[in-house]
Design a binder for this molecule. Sequence first.
Ligand SMILES: Nc1nc2c(ncn2[C@@H]2O[C@H](COP(=O)(O)OP(=O)(O)O)[C@@H](O)[C@H]2O)c(=O)[nH]1
Ligand SMILES: [Mg+2]
Length: 317
Amino acid sequence: MDFKELVQAVMAGNRRALARTITMVENAHPEIEKLISCLQARNSRTWVIGITGPPGAGKSSLVDRLAVAYTRKGRRVAILAIDPSSPFSGGAILGDQVRMEKAREAGIYIRSMASRGRTGGVAPAVEDVLVLLGAAGFDVILLETVGAGQSEVAVRDIANTVLLVTVPGLGDGIQAIKAGVMEIGDIFAVNKADLGGADLAASAIMELMGVKNRANGWETPVVQVSAFTGIGLDQLVEDLDKHYLFLEVGGDFERHKEAAIEDQLVSFVCREVTRRLRQLPGNLFELVVKRVQERQDDLSTAGQLLLKHLGGDNNEK
Ligand SMILES: Nc1nc2c(ncn2[C@@H]2O[C@H](COP(=O)(O)OP(=O)(O)O)[C@@H](O)[C@H]2O)c(=O)[nH]1
Ligand SMILES: [Mg+2]
């Protein structure tokens, strides 16, 4: 399949082509920028719902339910699960596959990506993958991220809607939310309501949030759900839909797309600069690094020197 055929296949929703291009993104394939810019222009409006919260809260189980619910509503749903690749939380890939059984049976597209230890719980180039999924015609993307401190903040930048999942009875369930991430949730789900105590947890969260609403006028709902029994799921879907409408009316999708393009441009330049640095003739990069390591040069002087060498047109390829 040549480049043009690959682009057409992705746009036709061909899953093998999609899988291939996502792998290209993961491996930072040299043609990926070209691919992304071809597809970006044709990108349909996609709704990215970020699902985050502490490990074990039931994010994957809820994603499974939501994926099926939105598919039934006639939406084209894809699941993108970011797997932690740290030794502490290994095995998540397998866990997600088990947890997302209903979605798998329904033929819903599920893709895992490793976060490769990058802080923030969001895999490198997730934005690029979202462009690919959008171009392939998915209009609801459920993005599950590892709930490890910073991830909630990273997902805020990427997702249109952030669903924060927590569980009752778990002191650190609330704790994890309190740690500066409370404000990034558009919707709270207190999962495992079948175990009881969800009402207490829900009121604790509401109390923490106070009566104040967001500056933008969105009132953050707190929904008690059970991914096991399905309690509260209709309510959750209803609140998610309300948020979608809220975003649409406020022009958020357009703003998001513009910001994403800016981010992509910045990442492109960063990657390109890194690539060129390592290709400077005479091992210049390595030599300069060594000088800084041995404290013969300071960072800023060395950095300026490297930038000067990158400047000319003679650095092409
Ligand atoms: N009792 C109960 N257990 C649940 C519920 N949802 C998920 N679980 C269980 O909680 C554990 C963690 O679920 P998982 O979806 O993998 O959580 P994640 O780490 O947040 O993705 C698993 O053992 C699930 O079976 C629920 O609604 N009720
Ligand atoms: Mg999970």
